[in-house]
Design a protein around this ligand. Sequence first.
Ligand SMILES: [Zn+2]
Length: 159
Amino acid sequence: MTLNQALAQVERLSALKRLPNGAAVRAELAGKLMEWCRGTKRATPLEQAQWLIDKVTTELDEYPGPQTLHAMLIDRFYPAGPAAVYRAPEPVPIECPLCRDNGWIEDSEGMNDWCQCAAAAALRAELPGWLDTLNRHGARKPKPRVKLTAAQFEARIGL
Ligand SMILES: [Zn+2]
């Protein structure tokens, strides 16, 4: 299921009362749908999402919230319980505190560089061009957004 397909399903919930407004909320819900609808032998992820939205819009007139949506989906497709969907990964101990086993670290200028650990060596052997890709596309961690105080905000907009 693509993001657009998931968004289209979320849009179908618009008929319900109390569906929160706002693109961000809908995008988040679409993301949840994509995460929840993993497909089964008999239903594709999109079919699962369609089934869920069909059921909600025919049986309810108020948006029930994500927990209920998820429970309905589990109930129908994964009755063995959430464990069938959420197989918690085995915790893997982190060996390199520097890069947290990612294999690369960010320098003070925001550029990425190889770490010196085994994880870095393994990644480097597998994907020698990885750093170039990261640095070229600027796929760096976003800088934390600075929240303006009311006074700073007013100064910025010229009050
Ligand atoms: Zn490392």
